[in-house]
Write a protein that binds this ligand. Structure first.
Ligand SMILES: [Zn+2]
Length: 345
């Protein structure tokens, strides 16, 4: 890229010598998958689009809620009830610039991760759950794809950029996911925007550095685990060493990838909502389904490829891949029963 080919909007970042014109050209030719586009994912997408990363694929299974607005920077009150991926894409389009943004309102799992990550150079973690992170780690180590772990609770968070083959992976540092319910979550301990913004910034810095560098230089990547607290103004950086007995990157056993997705019912993060998936993955024709339900449910709406309605005092959001979010209960069995009753399985 010569100076005359440069989009003038990137003038100041190209003047940053470690990036430069060549680095900007590589950013423009890069493709990134962002898993989850809520708090972290939204902040990550915003930074990648403004920085001129060429292609960005957003994957998120959820819909926007009022309580998201204080920290999920891409959403506004008019987005409440809409799929996060579609709402995020709409906000990102207003920024302009050369980035192409693709929105997938899907639940990323072992069955579809290869398809959702097709053609990407790097994966960014914007998820809210450890199961997905261990799956992403397995997939990225297996494929030799760099990814950047990020997590936030309360006023603090962690970042670990991972370059398979060169640096520690997630399981070198945290060998197994902790048991469910054993760690604080954003629903129990809360979370504040400055912590989200700080962690997303560190993740994005690591991503831009990798994407703007020659791929051969990735072999020299040094792993660092960074912990940051924006309330007490504390930070720690640890050198993360590879574990020669790591089940994932040393022994190459990909337990989370191999476990498959199955037809599991997943209870979401303690906010009175259960996600139900069909036993067999199959696309649902939402228009005829809406017609079938019209006489028996309330507030039926089909928008952005998502069907929503109320029934039995619960709010249902149904996606084309057959998943449903059922709000207003915590009981997975009851949720499965309601799913079967209204949607069949
Ligand atoms: Zn490892």
């Amino acid at each position: 890229m010569s100076e005359s080919e440069l989009d003038p909007r990137f003038d100041r970042q190209v003047r940053f010598a470690p990036l430069g014109l060549e680095g900007q050209r590589r950013l423009g030719a890069s493709s990134v998958l962002i898993v989850g586009c809520g708090a972290l994912g939204g902040a990550l997408a915003l930074q990648l689009v403004r920085s001129g990363v060429g292609r960005i694929r957003l994957v998120d299974r959820d819909v926007v809620e009022l309580t998201n607005l204080p920290r999920q920077v891409l959403f506004e009150p008019g987005h409440v009830g809409r799929p996060k991926a579609a709402a995020a894409r709409e906000s990102l389009a207003r920024i302009g610039g050369p980035s192409q943004v693709e929105a997938c309102a899907e639940h990323l799992d072992a069955d579809n991760i290869a398809e959702l990550a097709r053609g990407v150079d790097l994966v960014l973690d914007g998820t809210d759950n450890l199961a997905t992170r261990y799956l992403v780690n397995d997939f990225c180590v297996e494929r030799g794809l760099p990814w950047v772990y990020g997590g936030v609770v309360g006023a603090s968070g962690l970042v670990l950029p991972i370059v398979p083959g060169a640096s520690a992976c997630l399981r070198c540092v945290f060998p197994d996911p902790p048991p469910a319910g054993s760690l604080p979550t954003c629903d129990t301990a809360g979370v504040i925007l400055p912590a989200v913004a700080a962690i997303a910034a560190l993740q994005c810095g690591a991503a831009l550095r990798l994407l703007s560098a020659a791929r051969e230089s990735w072999r020299a990547h040094r792993s660092r685990l960074i912990e940051l607290d924006v309330w007490n103004l504390e930070s720690h950086t640890l050198d993360a060493a590879r574990d020669p007995a790591c089940p994932c990157c040393a022994e190459r056993r990909f337990e989370f990838l191999d476990a498959g997705a199955g037809g599991a019912t997943v209870s979401l993060c303690g906010r009175n909502t259960v996600q139900v998936r069909p036993a067999l993955r199959a696309n649902v024709e939402l228009e005829p389904l809406a017609a079938r339900l019209s006489a028996s449910v309330l507030d039926l709406a089909l928008r952005d490829g998502v069907l929503s309605f109320r029934a039995e005092d619960k709010r249902f959001t149904v996606f084309r891949d057959g998943r449903a979010l059922i709000e207003g209960l915590d009981d997975a069995v009851r949720a499965r029963a309601l799913y079967d009753r209204f949607l069949g399985s």
